[in-house]
Design a protein around this ligand. Structure first.
Ligand SMILES: NCc1[nH]cc(CCC(=O)O)c1CC(=O)O
Length: 293
């Protein structure tokens, strides 16, 4: 008999698809039970996410179940995980990053630049809204909440287009046309496209075999920038770190909600190991913070 582990997750289609990627890799070694946990973000469906003020609307209840030993492993979208951890829990593996980019989906297959004057675009992300306004100030931005599949269903019903994470579309294997938004005008959110696997402290080895090194380095660098700037999802900011394992490019931009660019900075550095990544990412973030005032 193999050891049994309980994996906790949200119940959305995307969350379950992500959890299955983790479970597939656990099944060789463990007997696995999946437990669905409802989070605040699932219950208060109409409240825009930024209104939860970085409290981890999709994450906290699951990490608390982990800390209380109701589950052994938690699967999260790292983008939704606050930099402050629930005590006693730790991110023990970062799965290889899917696309970090945003995707635009329109009702009729038009690209964002081809949309009619005043077209209605659905997003409830402050960052995406600000980047849209900078890109085309005529577009009308309308809040849209709900799981990825709900948002796709709402397309066409009051929206001419929506912006979502490309990673989500890929993980749900959806056969729809979309436009990947370029990384110049639409710098993604820190940690977008990364699945994080958390355990209790001391039990990292349950899942550390599935850690993807370069993803971990990017993830931690982006989180270091978030930490230094002290911003959650209430400030429109794009942060992206890309690495080949020995050099890294980090980009950060901060916008006003109306799309006015506050600053955009980018830096490339070489490094040897995680400690140096953290040190150099922090230095970059401090320079950003000086510019941000
Ligand atoms: N805030 C919700 C959320 N959290 C993670 C993803 C996508 C998957 C990922 O970034 O790994 C999404 C949906 C979206 O942004 O469209």
């Amino acid at each position: 008999m193999s050891e049994k582990v309980v994996v906790g997750t949200r119940g959305s289609k995307l969350a379950l698809a992500q959890t299955n990627k983790v479970v597939e890799r656990l099944r060789d070694q463990y007997e696995v039970e999946i437990r669905i946990i409802k989070t605040k973000g699932d219950i208060m469906k109409d409240k825009p996410l930024y209104a939860f003020k970085g409290s981890g609307a999709f994450v906290r209840a699951i990490d608390e179940a982990l800390a209380n030993s109701e589950i052994d492993i938690a699967v999260h979208s790292l983008k939704d995980v606050p930099v402050e951890r629930v005590e006693g829990t730790v991110i023990s593996a970062y799965l290889e990053r899917e696309s970090p980019y945003d995707a635009f989906i329109s009702k009729d297959g038009s690209r964002l630049e081809e949309m009619e004057y005043g077209a209605v675009i659905g997003t409830s992300s402050l960052r995406r809204a600000a980047q849209l306004r900078r890109f085309r100030e005529d577009l009308v931005i309308k809040n849209i909440r709900g799981n990825l599949d709900t948002r796709l269903r709402k397309l066409g019903d009051g929206y001419d287009g929506i912006i979502v994470a490309e990673a989500g579309l890929i993980r749900l294997s959806l056969d729809i046309d979309y436009q990947r938004l370029d990384s110049e005008s639409f710098i993604p959110s820190a940690n977008q496209g990364i699945i994080a696997v958390a355990t209790r402290e001391g039990e990292e080895s349950l899942v550390s075999f599935m850690n993807h090194e370069n993803t971990m380095l990017s993830a931690i660098a982006e989180r270091e920038v978030l930490k230094v700037l002290g911003i959650g999802c209430t400030v429109p900011a794009g942060i992206l770190a890309e690495t080949d394992g020995s050099s890294m490019k980090v980009t950060c931009e901060i916008l006003e909600p109306d799309g006015k660019e506050v600053l955009k900075m980018s830096e490339e550095f070489s490094f040897d190991g995680l400690k140096e990544v953290i040190k150099k990412a922090r230095k970059f973030a401090e320079a950003v913070k000086d510019g941000y005032g």
